[in-house]
Design a protein around this ligand. Structure first.
Ligand code: ZN
Length: 64
């Protein structure tokens, strides 16, 4: 982890990981009708202002 990172919005230095949970998944559009595919989305959130610094999916290989 990079200890020097700061939120670009408020300058905050405390972050948390968040996820949309099990149901609202970000799905590759070509497999959207295939249940069981897709991947959880994890977001890194500034705990001071709520700005989302970045988002990533847990299983990027599913989007190939
Ligand atoms: Zn912030």
């Amino acid at each position: 982890m990079d200890e020097e990172r700061k939120c670009p919005e408020c300058g905050g230095t405390e972050f948390a990981q968040g996820t949309f949970g099990a149901e609202p998944k970000l799905l590759p559009i070509n497999i959207i009708f295939k249940p069981g595919k897709g991947s959880e989305v994890f977001a890194e959130i500034c705990t001071k202002c709520g700005h989302i610094l970045n988002m990533r999916v847990s299983k990027p290989e599913k989007f190939k």
